[in-house]
Design a protein around this ligand. Structure first.
Ligand SMILES: Cc1ncc(COP(=O)(O)O)c(C=O)c1O
Length: 407
């Protein structure tokens, strides 16, 4: 945009992460490296607490500043964002607040979903008789076309990951959005693996609900997360669980006109705020505010481009070495996660293919941080990574290949 001063280059972000220069850290799929400013913010909070200083008002202010930053990051209004502890909690709070009707269906792709977006639905099916309609994965890909075809007049919800935890492909949301629109179904997103690392815009994605935790792309800690619920939808829902932060004026301080008390005289808080219960994870909020500030400083779009370029370089390099890169050459499925191995060749965090097990041990021995999910080696990049991380990983992989007996 003319007149706007360009932000700092993403390449400068690396300096904020002391761990980035110690080794290639390719594991944001599990959690981010800790940034010095995030550590300093948490430390400052603890220092103030130690001195008996932080008053509740300043804690609420930090909470709200982080909410505003997150809302801006995903293109939402702050009232459409609730603080949650984790993704699983977000799904449970949301689905238990929907009025389920006999015959309602939930369309999903259980082969690829994390338990966070699976167990809440299985429980709903067991408790309420809601029918789960599974669409099988297609060689690690979420088959958006097939999922869309399964959507019909009885579909209440389509629920998918924006990027799967394994093998980490990006979901093509277009067909799902269209099918939901056509049949009046809700589109729900588990965005644990994408918000912060890849550009996210809830209006463009066309989702009704999105849940994310803060320890991965958002550069912060475990035990804090955000639940986005589209405003009109949130305000049509009676929350299944209610606490003082889910009502106007904390349930006492504000006089609410009678006309605003539709459900048994309770004035639910605006939008998604009605899903908030009692006290918050203020420590997590302080960390999240600092993490979001970093993302904002470098910009969601440049971070997205940086991460995709590094992932494409890594995928291309592995392919040149003859390794089985899940999904093959870089294409629309590739976001910031590159997986190597046969999809499905192992349980949650094990490798059963002896060749991949050997590569995993070699890279772990060289302190190249990555993780193993469902039998594949998962490498996930973020703004603190650079080409040297990718190249070192490829060099070590090349050495491993040369050290192995031929054939
Ligand atoms: C796709 C996906 N969803 C959810 C989670 C986490 O769920 P929760 O925040 O409920 O622990 C993860 C990883 O931790 C994940 O990869």
């Amino acid at each position: 945009m003319p007149g706007l001063a360009p932000g700092p280059s993403v390449s400068e972000a690396r300096e904020l992460f002391p761990g980035a220069s110690l080794r290639p850290y390719l594991n944001v799929g599990q959690r981010s490296l800790l940034a010095a400013p995030v550590r300093a913010a948490v430390r400052g909070f603890l220092d103030r607490w130690e001195r008996g200083e932080p008053d509740k008002e300043s804690l609420f202010q930090a909470l709200e500043r982080a909410r505003v930053r997150f809302a801006r990051l995903i293109g939402a209004h702050p009232d459409e964002v609730a603080w949650i502890k984790n993704v699983t909690e977000g799904f449970n709070l949301f689905l238990s607040s929907l009025e389920w009707r006999p015959g309602d269906e939930v369309v999903h792709c259980p082969d690829l979903e994390h338990p966070a977006n699976l167990l809440p639905w299985q429980n709903l099916a067991a408790r309420r008789g809601v029918r789960l309609v599974p669409a099988p994965a297609d060689r690690g890909r979420l088959p958006s076309g097939r999922v869309a075809e399964a959507v019909g007049p009885r579909t209440r919800v389509v629920t998918v990951s924006t990027v799967t935890f394994a093998p980490g492909f990006e979901t093509d949301l277009g067909p799902l959005r269209e099918a939901c629109r056509e049949h009046g179904a809700l589109l729900l997103l588990d965005a644990a693996q994408s918000v912060g690392t890849l550009r996210a815009d809830v209006r463009r994605m066309g989702c009704d609900m999105l849940a994310v935790a803060t320890q991965k792309g958002l550069l912060a800690t475990y035990g804090a997360g955000f639940l986005f619920v589209r405003r009109e939808l949130a305000e049509s829902l009676v929350p299944a669980a209610l606490g003082r932060f889910g009502v106007v004026g904390e349930g006492s301080e504000e006089q609410v006109p009678e006309t605003h008390l539709p459900h048994g005289g309770i004035a639910y808080a605006a939008g998604a705020r009605r899903f908030e219960l009692g006290n918050f994870n203020y420590l997590g909020a302080v960390a999240a505010e600092a993490g979001l500030e970093i993302l904002e400083r470098f910009g969601a779009e440049p971070v997205d481009r940086h991460n995709r370029a590094l992932a494409a370089r890594l995928a291309g390099g592995f392919l040149e070495l003859g390794l089985p890169v899940a999904g093959g050459p870089p294409g629309p499925h590739l976001g910031h996660i590159v997986s190597v191995g046969e999809v499905g060749a192992g349980a949650h965090d094990t490798v059963e293919d002896p060749r991949m097990e050997s590569l995993h041990r070699r890279l772990a021995g060289a302190r190249i941080e990555h993780s193993v999910r469902r039998g594949i080696l998962r490498f996930a990049v973020h703004l603190y990574n650079d080409e040297s991380d990718v190249d070192r990983t490829l060099e070590e992989t090349g050495r491993w290949l040369r050290s192995r007996p031929a054939g």
